[in-house]
Design a protein around this ligand. Structure first.
Ligand code: CAA
Length: 394
């Protein structure tokens, strides 16, 4: 029997890429969209105005299982993986990017490296509290002199018997003041890359302190702080992975983290696209008929719609590769590069097209929230560097 929808000439049984989400992820997407509308939409503007951490909303997100998607089943996780994480993060970020980045950091920068590099004992100790949100995770890599150049970090870890003694400040730590478990990268020998190790550090240990809190342009409800480590005794059992493996752990983890920020960018871009669409749909001509606004505005909306789909496919492709265990540094960097630039353009367009309403409403908040997506987890030029190295090396 012939298939009338089949392209003439296409080989029978041809394998095709499937651009549809599987049914379980469609259900997750619908659940998180409803959650974001119900729980986050009413509070997002207030959280931003008061720079107030969304503690209760994050607890409810944990109740929905959103903090366990990158955790193995044997440790209480749902093990849904990176694609699921991207899907749920787009939904959270389309409403509240401060909540979105909190969940992204917890899933991709704390739970993921523990799942991938942690030993059984470490997983048994920390996952039960991380999956319920009782403990939030944070990632302590950056320092004043080591932002883009990770390997320049100077925080030191010296071996003393059965412990490591950590000293040095860490800067720009997302969720730092709210987290209970830190993944800390410190120097264990002078070798630039191979002299870095990763540690699991508890907030409650003597010598762990929270320093300066940044006053920020956007994602103001997500606290960004300095974490101070002053003679912190870390048990040798809390070394994550092997001694000297920290640089590889940091960069591998960031491949996943960048998918989280790409998804944050998709959420912001989609929200701005929708604000423009809804606004243009209200515009009427002098006979009262719906006109859809000026052609110039419609062209901007069309470009955003096309670029949003393109950036989403880049992001989901990289997530699928990572879920298959394939290194996706180039693909994750492409996704973050495209999506973060797009959300900044989308937010600027929304403010411009909505006029006075855009300058003071949700579009204004998204414009401020969008800026950081081109800065954290590797600035735009770092993504270009990673893509260029991948293209030239590949
Ligand atoms: N996975 C595993 N290994 C990796 C890797 C990856 N993704 N990327 C690199 N490596 C390995 C390399 O294979 C290489 O190994 P060998 O020495 O055995 O050959 C080694 O690491 C060194 O790699 P590079 O030569 O590429 O290292 P580099 O010093 O040139 O640095 C860089 C590369 C891309 C510039 C990197 O430093 C980088 O990504 N910088 C940006 C840092 C960043 O994103 N910071 C974000 C902070 S966290 C944050 O922002 C959280 C938040 O607030 C939300």
């Amino acid at each position: 029997m012939t298939n009338p929808s089949k392209t003439p000439g296409a080989p029978t049984g041809a394998r095709v890429a499937d651009f549809e989400l599987p049914e379980d992820l469609k259900a997750l997407q619908a659940t998180v969209r409803a959650f974001a509308e119900r729980e986050l939409a009413p509070i997002a503007a207030g959280l931003d105005a008061e720079a107030r951490f969304p503690r209760e909303a994050v607890a409810r997100a944990a109740g929905l299982g959103l903090l366990r998607v990158t955790v193995p089943r044997e440790h209480g996780g749902s093990e849904l993986g990176n694609l699921a994480s991207c899907v749920l993060l787009e939904e959270l970020n389309a409403v509240c990017p401060s909540t979105g980045v909190t969940v992204s950091v917890h899933n991709s920068l704390a739970c993921s490296p523990l799942a991938k590099w942690g030993n059984d004992e470490q997983k048994r100790r920390y996952f039960p509290r991380l999956i319920t949100g009782e403990w939030l995770g944070a990632y302590c890599l950056s320092e004043a002199g080591a932002g883009s150049d990770v390997a320049a970090l100077r925080c030191e870890a010296k071996r003393a018997g059965d412990a490591w003694v950590l000293n040095g400040p860490k800067l720009w730590i997302t969720t730092g003041s709210e987290a209970s478990l830190f993944i800390v990268f410190a120097r264990t020998s002078p070798d630039r890359n191979k002299g870095i190790s990763a540690f699991l550090v508890e907030r409650g240990w003597p010598g762990v302190g929270v320093g300066k809190k940044e006053r920020k342009l956007g994602i103001r409800a997500s606290p960004t702080v300095e974490i101070l480590l002053d003679n912190v005794q870390v048990p040798a059992a809390n070394l994550l992975g092997q001694e000297g493996q920290g640089f590889a752990i940091a960069l591998d983890t960031l491949d996943g983290g960048r998918l989280g920020i790409a998804s944050q960018s998709l959420g912001i871009a989609r929200a701005c696209h929708d604000l423009i669409r809804d606004h243009l749909e209200t515009i009427r001509d002098d006979k009262g008929r719906s006109s859809g606004g000026s052609q110039a505005a419609q062209y901007q909306l069309a470009d955003l719609a096309a670029d949003l789909d393109a950036a989403r496919f880049l992001t989901w492709r990289a997530a699928v590769l990572r879920d298959r265990g394939v290194r996706c540094s180039k693909e994750a960097a492409m996704a973050k590069l495209a999506a973060s630039r797009l959300c900044n353009r989308a937010a600027r367009s929304a403010v411009a097209i909505l006029g006075p309403a855009g300058a003071s409403g949700a579009a204004e908040r998204f414009l401020r929230d969008a800026r950081i997506t081109e800065i954290y987890e590797g600035a735009t030029d770092i993504q270009r560097l990673v893509v260029a190295r991948g293209v030239l090396g590949g």
